[in-house]
Design a protein around this ligand. Structure first.
Ligand code: NAP
Length: 292
């Protein structure tokens, strides 16, 4: 049985890993990326190129997207050469970008009006999860479409969680990012403190990892910090975007989240200092006692 033709827009850190796993699972994948040179790795691995998102969608039974910011999603879906201009009736479109719940709802509505099903399916698990096919996927949209696409999600993730209608996947991702705000600031201040106290930092990471403070941010980014590796991973500029969406969504529900707001303030200061393209583990560099 031949597998569905897939389209994919966005061949960055996450898209590249995901596309490699889709190709490995045997899916034909046609891709588009803003900068063609950044698609070379997946083209070398067997993906084919189309000139616009519209052309990708016109050729695909399922078109997935993993771009940067909500404004990129807006352009990729609603532009003259966008996905919805090309998507065929009966096809499905899946936005995996971390974006706003309201934009996911708007895409689903516009897609439905032309007989296309839209899912929001943001992920967690980082660059490592994308590469290894072990992402956690949080989905909003039609349950039947989620069931139909399950083999595709299973090719790139190990946990596929459906939360309800359009936008619910993005809300679940915001809950996740509120948690990460705590684990990243906790990791940072734990290491700053332990260094000032003269503790062996590798021993601290190993010890805390075995106790009630264990968490993914520490396991994955703690060793990178000790190695002086501040490359992304997960871009600071994207985390500031996520925390902004989370705080806006919270405010719309009448919620005040002061700890999340503090994390955003700390990370936004790094963007303001021109460090938005570093990985989120670089927060520790803004603590004077740590040094650069
Ligand atoms: P990235 O490396 O910057 O990738 C984004 C890709 O989208 C780039 O290749 C970019 O093209 C492309 N793009 C942006 N706008 C476009 C447009 N209008 N048309 C076509 N292509 C466009 O970022 P990433 O780390 O993969 O993250 C992607 C998304 O996943 C973000 O929303 C992020 O918050 C989320 N996320 C990231 C992680 C992580 O750990 N990295 C984890 C979970 C979720 P160029 O080559 O021209 O830049």
């Amino acid at each position: 049985m031949s597998l569905l033709q897939l389209g994919f827009i966005g061949t960055g850190v996450m898209g590249t890993g995901i596309i490699h796993n889709l190709l490995k699972a045997g899916y034909p994948v046609v891709v588009f990326n803003r900068t063609k040179a950044h698609a070379q790795a997946v083209l070398d691995a067997g993906a084919t190129w189309a000139a616009t998102p519209r052309e990708v969608a016109a050729q695909s039974a399922v078109t997935l997207s993993m771009v940067g910011f909500p404004q990129d999603v807006e352009q990729v879906y609603f532009g003259d050469d966008g996905i919805l201009a090309g998507a065929q009736k009966g096809s499905t479109v899946v936005d995996m970008t971390t974006s706003t719940p309201s934009l996911a709802e708007r895409i689903a509505k516009a897609a439905a009006a032309q007989g296309v099903t839209a899912l929001d399916a943001p992920v967690s698990g980082g660059d490592v999860g994308a590469k290894n096919g072990t992402l956690t996927i949080m989905i909003g949209g039609d349950a039947a479409a989620v069931a139909q696409l399950r083999p595709i999600f299973e090719a790139v993730g190990h946990a596929i969680n459906h939360f309800g209608g359009p936008g619910r996947g993005q809300h679940a991702k915001m809950a996740n990012q509120i948690m990460i705000a705590g684990t990243m600031t906790g990791l940072t201040e734990m290491l700053v403190y332990a260094k000032a106290a003269g503790l062996d930092l590798a021993q601290v990471l190993a010890t805390v990892s075995g106790g009630s403070g264990a968490n993914w941010s520490m396991s994955n980014y703690g060793p990178r910090i000790l190695a002086g590796d501040y490359t992304p991973g997960f871009f600071i500029k994207h985390f500031v975007k996520d925390l902004g969406i989370a705080l806006d969504s919270a405010a719309a529900m009448g919620l005040d989240l002061p700890a999340t707001a503090t994390a955003r303030r700390l990370y936004r200061a790094m963007v303001d200092a021109g460090q938005g393209d570093l990985g989120t583990q670089a927060l520790i560099q803004s603590y004077p006692s740590w040094g650069k």
